[in-house]
Ligand binder design. Structure first.
Ligand code: NAI
Length: 243
């Protein structure tokens, strides 16, 4: 347990399952007050029951809905007086080869994976700026760097997140707000349904450490970035498995 994290207020988007759920659990175990956000309250309540921590607060919200997210964050700030950590994790795929990929599928992925991150950072950073302190971690993907057939929309959204991270790290760095990315390779979650073992191997073979990593490895990097000893890191992309 990292005592520095005790009672810090952390927002985790897309926390009803997969990587986001594991990050929420990790933060709660470190004593953070964790606000978990996703599209269905029933799924969030199940996560709260499983983690079994009084430090978890559940809010149903689609991250593309800026107004609703704004109301939630205001309520949290009024309650606790700070928002210390934002983990931008909510993400989707709509994989198709370009000639079959329609505009709706392109827009959906860009809206959630890139604009959704802009929405949440814009709203949360206002409160971080007030308190002159904050840590923002954006979950991107190795696909944003190496690309993948059938994922032009997803790769564009994740590469966009990495560019946005570098720009915001510069913009917010003077105010003591760190903005970094964690870029995982294939991690076993619902998002990987439909991806074959051969495809997974093809991607992991391009990593410096050519094996498949787990949700817990992503959580460990989150913990590392939140450690005060990592406060000199900003605008960085940490690749799970190295790249
Ligand atoms: P998942 O599909 O298991 O979970 C995604 C979560 O995001 C769910 O809770 C879902 O309800 C939520 N979500 C989706 N759209 C949302 C929206 N508009 N508003 C609020 N919540 C929304 O996926 P997984 O694997 O846990 O992915 C989490 C993040 O990690 C995503 O950003 C994904 O792109 C990224 N990632 C995942 C990898 C993998 O292999 N699983 C590899 C690299 C990156």
């Amino acid at each position: 347990m990292n005592l520095e994290l005790k009672d810090k207020v952390a927002i985790v988007t897309g926390a009803s399952r997969g990587i986001g759920k594991s990050i929420a659990e990790k933060l709660a175990n470190n004593g953070c007050r964790v606000v978990i956000i996703s599209r269905k309250i029933e799924d969030l309540n199940k996560v709260k029951d499983k983690i079994n921590s009084s430090k978890i607060l559940c809010y149903e919200c689609d991250t593309t809905n800026q107004n609703k997210f704004k109301e939630i964050i205001k309520e949290i700030y009024d309650k606790f007086g700070s928002i210390d950590i934002l983990i931008n994790n909510a993400g989707i795929t709509r994989d198709k080869l370009l000639l079959r990929l329609n505009e709706k599928e392109w827009d959906e992925v860009i809206n959630v994976n890139l604009k959704g991150y802009y929405n949440t950072i814009k709203i949360v950073s206002r409160y971080m700026l007030k308190n002159r302190s904050g840590k923002i971690i954006n979950i991107s993907s190795v696909i944003g760097q190496i690309g993948n057939s059938g994922q032009s929309n997803y790769a564009a959204s994740k590469a966009g997140v990495e560019g946005m991270t570098r720009a915001l790290a510069v913009e917010l760095g003077v105010k003591n707000i760190n903005v970094n990315c964690i870029a995982p390779g294939p991690i076993q979650t619902d998002l990987l349904k439909g991806i074959t073992d051969t495809q997974i191997k093809k991607i992991t073979s391009q990593q410096v450490i050519p094996k498949q990593f787990q949700k817990s490895d992503v959580c460990d990097l989150v913990e590392l970035l939140l450690d005060e000893r990592a406060s000199s890191l900003s605008g960085q992309v940490l690749h799970v498995g190295g790249f």
